[in-house]
Design a protein around this ligand. Structure first.
Ligand SMILES: [Zn+2]
Ligand SMILES: [Zn+2]
Length: 401
């Protein structure tokens, strides 16, 4: 007789006295851990994942679909290149968490990915890097998050931790960094995975929609403010210039004013951007190329327009820093040396460190910053990006997932 005998269970049931046993078949099942997710359980295998981590997706055999806006190839956004479709549910690797996305902010960087101003790093790709969601799965080695907890994912998806930049507190410049919604799938989707150590816990006091724009517009704006070189004790009475007044600008003005600065805003669009800047307490509001009535101690250009660099330098006080806040900018025209003479500095902002993110979220909660958002359903991501491109969003655009 052959008796199947699962180890630790069924200890010989079915055996009768005097039965002779010829072969024992012993089955060993791995210890399994089940986690709750939508409509069922999520299985975290404590043993190595049989599927490669690379794309962080389920194998074709175990595919479960989610809805997502997928970019197959970059095109002008007016051609509506994002396809609202089914995509495989992502599965967290051991060091990752799975989030059920609730809201995802749209950013000008998404526009640069979709239109191909940034080189293609992943095809197809799901854009989006200002993600607020609930933890729906936790990898076996991921710490710090509980199922159901609200959390945020930002642009900096992961760094190597080993290069000279990572080792010197400058992980924003990592040689091998991964970026959410560019080199990794992002949040224009129902689900996303991210390394737990790069996921932010979010302060209470911001609902999901209001929190989303904090995760890039806010964090990058915060870093740009720091790079103006204006020190803590110098903020009171300092004059800050902001060129381009979208999602980042409308957060930065709130930080700067709370620190005691006077804010001068140069932006096109009287109805939306200029009106919002005035509402948020700008000292002066003018057109994109208008000259403010005072010299500015520091300025930030958020518009991706290189022609604003000489304009902003013209208005900058001696010793001031002009910070370029975008990942992409049109060509900067030739500069007269006199524009930078007087120890003026021009510098860019590249990404952010996790410390920037944590410090910013704490400061934003303490003020508190109030984001002005315009909602779009996930399936209207193309329309949202078209509105962003044509300056038709007041404050920040957010996809509701
Ligand atoms: Zn690195
Ligand atoms: Zn962004």
């Amino acid at each position: 007789m052959i008796l199947p005998l699962p180890l630790g269970e069924g200890r010989g049931e079915g055996l009768r006295e005097n039965d002779e046993i010829d072969i024992f078949l012993i089955f060993i099942f791995p210890k399994r851990e089940y986690k709750n997710t939508r409509g069922g359980v999520y299985f975290v295998d404590p043993h190595p994942n049989p599927f490669p981590k690379g794309r962080g997706r389920k194998s074709p055999q175990s595919e479960v679909d989610m809805k997502a806006c997928v970019l197959n190839s970059p095109q002008p956004v007016d051609d509506r290149p994002l396809e609202f479709t089914d995509a495989p549910d992502p599965e967290p690797a051991a060091d990752e968490v799975l989030l059920r996305v609730r809201a995802c902010g749209i950013c000008r960087t998404d526009l640069h990915v979709v239109e191909g101003e940034l080189p293609v790093r992943r095809t197809p790709v799901i854009p989006g890097h200002q993600i607020v969601g609930d933890i729906a799965g936790v990898g076996s080695e991921a710490n710090g998050f509980e199922l159901g907890q609200r959390a945020g994912v930002a642009w900096l998806h992961q760094t190597c931790g080993a290069c000279k930049f990572c080792r010197s507190g400058r992980e924003n410049l990592c040689e091998r960094a991964e970026f959410t919604g560019w080199t990794k799938d992002g949040g224009y989707a129902e689900y996303i995975t991210a390394p737990a150590t790069f996921v932010y816990s979010l302060p209470d006091g911001f609902d999901d929609l209001m929190a989303a724009p904090l995760l890039c517009a806010g964090i990058i704006g915060y870093r740009a403010l720091r790079l103006t070189g204006i020190e803590k004790e110098q903020w009171s009475g300092a004059r800050l210039g902001i060129y381009g007044f979208g999602a980042a600008g409308h957060v930065v003005i709130q930080l700067a004013r709370a620190r005691g600065a006077e804010v001068y805003v140069c932006t096109r669009d009287r109805e939306r951007h200029q009106a919002l800047a005035a509402e948020l307490g700008a000292e002066w509001v003018g057109g994109a190329k208008d000259e403010p009535p005072a010299k500015l101690d520091g300025s930030i250009i958020f518009a991706p327009a290189g022609e604003l660099v000489p304009v902003a330098l013209q208005a900058l006080e001696k010793g001031g820093v002009l910070v370029l806040g975008g990942i992409h900018m049109s060509a900067i025209p030739t500069l007269e040396y006199s524009l930078i003479y007087g120890e003026r500095t021009v510098r860019s902002v590249a990404n952010n460190t996790r410390d920037d993110g944590r410090e910013f979220l704490a400061e934003a909660a303490s003020i508190p910053v109030r984001t002005h958002v315009q909602e779009f359903p996930l399936e209207d991501a193309n329309e949202a990006l078209i509105a962003l491109k044509h300056d038709a969003i007041r404050g920040a655009g957010v996809l509701v997932v």
